[in-house]
Design a protein around this ligand. Structure first.
Ligand SMILES: O=C(O)CCC(=O)C(=O)O
Ligand SMILES: [Mn+2]
Length: 200
């Protein structure tokens, strides 16, 4: 990928996907600062999901910032206006990835029981081959990839580190799902930001 201007990016060579991981995208100092600022300044909400006819709390806190409304898990998300800290992070991500983003979904996982189920970021609003730039701060968590069609293809797991960037693009969302599984290990706060570009 010629536009990705980072030497330390590892191309994960996942078949039918285009995934890059930069474990130390932000310096230790930047990562500490952003983690504290996001924890404090973001308007974290406990949203509900409907499952099996029941309303359940989402197993994490979320927030949505940006320029355009967006449907997520069947909910219409009205974005909040950008915070300076989000624009700073977005700026660095845009320069590095060579893509622009007009929205960000934030997740706060407060412990090992907070999680994200298997899904693809394939909402029609994101266009056919969306570029998703995922930045994480705080506790390390495992991130899984599961093939959507090929049962013989084993799941692939990586550890997402403090201050890292995971870039998913090309056919990734069409062919693979991803998840943050629960863990029994004692685990502190983890903040994840997925920058997206809503085209419609
Ligand atoms: O927390 C993560 O690393 C994943 C978040 C995610 O997949 C999403 O927000 O769609
Ligand atoms: Mn996702």
């Amino acid at each position: 990928m010629n536009k990705f201007k980072i030497d330390s990016a590892a191309n994960l060579t996942i078949p039918g996907a285009e995934v890059y991981f930069v474990p130390d995208f932000f310096t230790q100092q930047e990562s500490e600062r952003y983690f504290e600022q996001l924890l404090e300044q973001v308007n974290w909400k406990q949203e509900k999901i409907r499952m099996f006819g029941k309303e359940l709390p989402m197993p994490r806190l979320t927030a949505w910032y940006g320029d355009k409304a967006y449907m997520y898990s069947g909910l219409e998300n009205k974005p909040q206006p950008w915070l300076p800290v989000l624009l700073q992070i977005k700026d660095k991500v845009e320069t590095a990835t060579g893509h622009n983003y007009n929205s960000v979904l934030l997740n706060l996982y407060q412990n090992g029981q907070n999680s994200m189920g298997w899904h693809s970021d394939d909402e029609p609003e994101l266009g056919p081959e969306p570029t998703i730039a995922s930045v994480s701060f705080g506790a390390e968590r495992r991130f899984g990839f599961r093939h959507r069609h090929n049962k013989a293809q084993k799941n692939i797991y990586l550890t997402i580190t403090h201050g890292s960037l995971l870039l998913m693009q090309g056919p990734t969302q069409r062919n693979w799902q991803h998840a943050i599984p629960k863990t029994a290990r004692p685990t502190g706060n983890r903040i994840n930001l997925t920058f997206r570009n809503i085209v419609s």
